[in-house]
Design a protein around this ligand. Sequence first.
Ligand code: HEC
Ligand code: HEC
Ligand code: HEC
Ligand code: HEC
Ligand code: HEC
Ligand code: HEC
Ligand code: HEC
Length: 414
Amino acid sequence: MARVVFRSILLGLAAVLALGVPFNLGDAGDVDGETRSQGYIGAQACAECHRDRFEAFRRTAHHLTSRFPDPESIPGSFSPDHAVVRTRNPNLRFEITDEEDGFYQTAIIGKGDGSYRRTERIDIVTGSGKIGQTYLFWQGDRLFQLPISYFTQQQRWINSPGYPDGEVNFTRGVVPRCLECHATYFETDSYASNAYEKEHFVLGVSCERCHGPGAEHAAYQRAHPDVEDVPHILHPGRLDPPRLIDLCAQCHSGVGAPSQRPFSFRPGESLSDYLELDAHEELNRIGVHSTNQLPRLTKSKCFQQSSAMTCITCHNPHALERGNLALFSRRCATCHETHACGMAAELGETMQSNCIDCHMPRKKDLETGFETAENFQFPTMRDHFIAIYPEISRRLAPRFPHSEKTTPPQEGDY
Ligand code: HEC
Ligand code: HEC
Ligand code: HEC
Ligand code: HEC
Ligand code: HEC
Ligand code: HEC
Ligand code: HEC
């Protein structure tokens, strides 16, 4: 679909105000609605007419991947025992505090009266918390990363990835490529800058990131309740497979090298006009922020030898399906008979509900290290290179008995 030109955000704004919901786009008063708003109205505005979809979608990692801080969006404990990060430098510690007017991180160097303190407020939370969260703060119109993150696997506050233990750093700017993957829209001019239009952004990877800005669609459907055509919004299911994959690949195929203005790519367009993806051979690794899913998937025979496999062959973008391995295995079954598996005769019936652990094993992401005073901690993720992993399979096979109840594979099995 060609990029749609949106006339006005005012109708969408009116819809949001009528619903009485918070408006992440900020106060549009000083904004030139034509060019700056780009016609975004926020996910909640879609709920007016797509209620069920919105209710399911709001629980997804996409929707939750950037938010304003509140007790619900931050899973970490604020009890004084837990909300301290001690470092191998005996004179440096960090405290995370829940104050009346917000959540804060403080670096404390030295002890007692002579100590030096630097405190910054958590203004934006990034990460749904599946793996963890990193926090951002504003300084004027510039956005920076905070030194302490949260690591869900161990339920602890921890040095942010890439932050050496024992050092203090409040100067890492948050550049647009980061927000392009973790938000729907920010207004900014250059990939090199961390300055943004502070009153004007849409948090979360929300509906409009995959469907395009929705103001014109909402206004049109409201004005034409009896018309059946839907001219102003993209249905990605009707895209050619490569364009549909591009839609997901802008965020799931590594950082790449952008060639146009930040946030200018629109769903339906050819991603290569906007972003040169990293060479796939360099991405032959597992990493939350490097390899990611597409390059690994494209190495798989499933992808290479079937005609139209895309990310939505297995993923429903509107629902939280994480952990439901039986459901994912049924999606394998659209192309494979269970008995085609070379281990079917040996394995019990339980294999039908778990093709995933043997053929898409969990692996450690060795690129995203959180350094602690003692060691490094790494998250794990699924390998999208769907293949035969004989060693892992041999280890896991006893977990698939023919009769008695079975325990699903655990973290330590890999
Ligand atoms: C005022 C009501 C209204 C609002 C608000 C609204 N929609 Fe729709 N939308 C409709 C109607 C009516 C249809 C056509 C019937 C259907 O598919 O549900 C539709 C269809 C769609 C379709 C399918 C398009 C197609 O070609 O089949 C998509 C995608 C969509 N809407 C996305 C959104 C998104 C994203 C938002 C929020 C940014 C949104 N809608 C807000 C009324 C609305
Ligand atoms: C604008 C960037 C962006 C786009 C576009 C995008 N994603 Fe994501 N996706 C993310 C981010 C960021 C996360 C991690 C969210 C988190 O946990 O904080 C994620 C997480 C996921 C997850 C893991 C969910 C979970 O609960 O574990 C799946 C699956 C996924 N995306 C599939 C897709 C598919 C399929 C598409 C295309 C239809 C797509 N994504 C498009 C950024 C994006
Ligand atoms: C190229 C896209 C991309 C860029 C750039 C990017 N991320 Fe991510 N990030 C992702 C995806 C995709 C995931 C989820 C991977 C998964 O589900 O396994 C993720 C995961 C995360 C998580 C863990 C979320 C969870 O599941 O709990 C955090 C926190 C995070 N990113 C923060 C950041 C920050 C902060 C920046 C910039 C300084 C950044 N990311 C840059 C795509 C990106
Ligand atoms: C990560 C990308 C992504 C996000 C976010 C997303 N969608 Fe979709 N949406 C898709 C894709 C892909 C399809 C096509 C699915 C298919 O054809 O199987 C689709 C299809 C649709 C359709 C029409 C097809 C149908 O099943 O009726 C509607 C309506 C829709 N989305 C609304 C929404 C709304 C409303 C939101 C937010 C609450 C939303 N979408 C968020 C990717 C996304
Ligand atoms: C769209 C169809 C399709 C889907 C969905 C699909 N595959 Fe495949 N897969 C294929 C094709 C085609 C081949 C190559 C021919 C063959 O070996 O059957 C293949 C090959 C394989 C192989 C052999 C790999 C090798 O290197 O020899 C395994 C294992 C496999 N698939 C497992 C899975 C699993 C597990 C899932 C679900 C997560 C899945 N497939 C989903 C089409 C698909
Ligand atoms: C306990 C681990 C394990 C489980 C569970 C498992 N597989 Fe396999 N699978 C293997 C191994 C190992 C092979 C290679 C066997 C061989 O070559 O003798 C294999 C081979 C395959 C092949 C390739 C067959 C060929 O001839 O190229 C396919 C397709 C496949 N499995 C699909 C599945 C599907 C679908 C499921 C879920 C219903 C599944 N597997 C569950 C371990 C497993
Ligand atoms: C053949 C099926 C299949 C295809 C195709 C597929 N995935 Fe997945 N994906 C899975 C399964 C299975 C999981 C594991 C789900 C779980 O553990 O709950 C997964 C997990 C994920 C996760 C979470 C990462 C993690 O480590 O937990 C992300 C992000 C993701 N997929 C994105 C994508 C994207 C983007 C594409 C397209 C490039 C894609 N997937 C294509 C089956 C698939």
